[in-house]
Write a protein that binds this ligand. Structure first.
Ligand SMILES: [Zn+2]
Length: 451
């Protein structure tokens, strides 16, 4: 069987064309996934995933050159996928592999490339990834995200505010009958931002952890009379204990973290009754791997994602470089979803130590609890194998006694082991990345020179 060249579209109306989806079966199955999310048992979820994987693998093999080549090289044929566990026979795709693929290789031949929504990811790693969705796929994934937020407590009449860091939006309000919403640029002057939110009175607030924590520092008791969200959600960055504590204290409401990516939208969302995460199983298959083998509950590994609804440019066993801890087979709350215990973030931020260990810098943040009340922001960076620099931005007008800083430093050294020095610097400002995200942890060892 050979892969035939792409046909041309007969639909002339640009609006219709943007909505048209060449995969009607997949579209219907995607919509059915929304019902599975709402009512499915663990068995139904797994059955749905297996059926979608079977169809997706066949589609990718028959229409996407990139996967045809890789499957052939690995000696895998979609006919070999009989049960869910056969997914492990499918070759893994690393970020670098798909990044190098051209449109001709990565986009299904029966999909018109001019119809696709293009999006280049921020590239905080210095490795931008091209994404290609149809309008239908994009909307379907957004609907899954809405369902995840509903699991966290969103109601249809709730007012939602989103803090955006990507571009200086004018504050935008949509007063729909259901889900009225507001978008606010997160870097507005504090007074203007407080006024915007106090006027809109959101029930649910969404933002990057750093943006919400920074806003939390600004709000006053007077603001709190108007600003009483029922809960907040964070995404896109590592939610540190410091940020969580600040946000929850300032808004007097719980924070729920959503683990998402540009490629798949929502991947998992925090359980409201435990610390773990529920995976959005009807949208994405999440595997946790160590040296390409699945890890057990309680073990840490790298995620491999298979997006069940990306048919224009499939993503199969795709490893974006995120580190997580696998959770139990069922969450303590009884939800049918598969689970993750912890989401650590990027593997390239792991610290490689002189004794050969790889340590997630999140552990180094624990001693900072001592100084949380006076801390506005922190960043822990490994600048060389034997050198860690900790930047602390304090609440204006306060200082940390030298002996407290020494206790923090000693606490960190205990995790780092022999031969590492820790330098603590109190600074006025810790800048975010060019894409607006803040990285509380970073390793410069994996990125060449110190920026
Ligand atoms: Zn749960």
């Amino acid at each position: 069987m050979s892969i035939a060249p792409s046909g041309t579209s007969s639909t002339q109306n640009p609006r219709l064309r943007s909505l048209a989806y060449p995969y009607l079966g997949a579209a219907a199955a995607g919509a059915a996934g929304l019902i599975v999310e709402r009512f499915g048992s663990a068995r139904v979820l797994r059955h749905y995933q297996t059926a979608r994987l079977r169809a997706l693998l066949r589609h990718a093999y028959e229409t996407v050159l990139f996967y045809r080549r890789r499957f052939d090289q690995a000696g895998f044929h979609p006919d070999q996928f009989l049960t869910f566990d056969d997914l492990q026979r499918v070759p893994i795709t690393r970020k670098a592999d798909i990044r190098l693929a051209t449109d001709e290789e990565a986009i299904a031949i029966d999909c018109d490339p001019s119809r696709l929504h293009r999006h280049t990811t921020g590239g905080s790693t210095g490795e931008p990834t091209k994404l290609r969705f149809t309008a239908y796929e994009d909307r379907l994934l957004r609907t899954f995200r809405l369902l995840a937020t509903m699991r966290l407590g969103l109601r249809l009449r709730d007012r939602r505010t989103q803090l955006r860091t990507d571009q200086p939006y004018p504050s935008k309000i949509s007063e729909h009958f259901i889900l009225p919403s507001q978008i606010v640029y997160a870097f507005l002057p504090p007074k203007e931002m407080r006024a915007n939110l106090c006027q809109f009175k959101p029930d649910v607030i969404r933002g990057f952890p750093s943006a919400l924590a920074s806003f939390a520092d600004q709000i006053t008791d007077e603001d709190r009379l108007h600003l009483r969200p029922r809960f907040l959600t964070t995404d896109s960055e590592n939610l540190t204990d410091l940020a969580r504590e600040k946000i929850e204290k300032a808004f007097k409401a719980p924070v729920f973290d959503i683990y998402d990516s540009y490629e798949c939208n929502v991947i998992a969302y925090q359980c409201t009754r435990s610390d773990g995460y529920h995976v959005m199983d009807p949208a994405v298959v999440v595997e946790v791997l160590n040296e390409d083998q699945p890890v057990q509950h309680g073990e840490t590994g790298e995620v491999a994602l298979t997006s069940l609804h990306a048919w224009a440019a499939p993503l199969i066993r795709y490893m974006p470089g995120d580190m997580v801890e696998r959770g139990p087979s069922q969450c303590a709350c009884g939800a049918p979803n598969s689970t993750l215990a912890k989401v650590y973030g990027r593997t390239h931020d792991l610290f490689l130590l002189p004794d050969g260990r790889r340590l997630h810098p999140k552990y180094l943040a624990a001693p900072l609890r001592l100084v949380i009340p006076v801390l506005r922001l922190y960043q822990i960076a490994q600048e060389a194998t034997d050198r860690v620099v900790v930047k602390l931005q304090l609440v204006p007008g306060v200082e940390i006694p030298t002996e407290q800083l020494e206790t923090v430093r000693t606490g960190m050294l205990r995790h780092l082991g022999e031969g590492v020095t820790v330098l603590i610097k109190v600074v006025d400002d810790i800048p975010s990345e060019p894409n607006g995200k803040f990285r509380p942890y970073r390793s410069y060892l994996n990125q060449g020179a110190v920026a």
